[in-house]
Design a protein around this ligand. Structure first.
Ligand code: IDP
Ligand code: MG
Length: 136
């Protein structure tokens, strides 16, 4: 049985700044993801705080939100079979130093905070995150 899902991906400021947008999109297309929607935007810090609300008690929350709002990002809706998990696998571990060969974070991530890419962690959160960026 097919299980087509959508997930939210964000090319983070460190990667946009290094002009990696096209190369990172190639990773997704090569793995069979469709890029259904995309937009390049810069968000305000208070919007980043809303997006990352689940992390509000973490010691890195303030830096994380400053960072996500520090420059342009590319938000994308990706679609394929098992998109949520497959995207997490393609992204690699949160800390690029621990990411497997062949993953986006292994190839492009600079550090745990500048790890180049965001991806939804569940189908439920994917819906919320897609709405956050693409609700009309
Ligand atoms: P994820 O992006 O792999 O889903 P999360 O645990 O959801 O990882 O954390 C959100 C983001 O917060 C990470 O992508 C990373 O940029 C940042 N982050 C996570 N843990 C740390 C940390 O220990 N120090 C600094 N930044 C962190
Ligand atoms: Mg996460």
């Amino acid at each position: 049985m097919s299980n087509i899902e959508q997930t939210l991906s964000i090319i983070k400021p460190d990667a946009v700044e290094r002009n990696l947008e096209r190369e990172i999109k190639e990773f997704f297309l090569h793995k069979g993801f469709k890029i259904l929607k995309e937009k390049k935007i810069q968000i305000e810090k208070n919007e980043a705080e809303k997006f990352y609300k689940v992390h509000e008690t973490k010691p890195f929350f303030n830096d994380l939100c400053s960072y996500l709002s520090s420059g342009p990002i590319v938000a994308m809706v990706l679609e394929k079979e098992n998109a949520v998990l497959d995207n997490r696998e393609l992204m690699g571990a949160t800390n690029p130093k621990e990411a497997d060969e062949g993953t986006i974070r292994k190839k492009y991530g600079i550090s745990i905070d500048k790890n180049s890419i965001h991806g939804s962690d569940s189908v439920e959160n994917a819906k919320i995150e897609i709405d956050f960026f693409f609700k009309d």
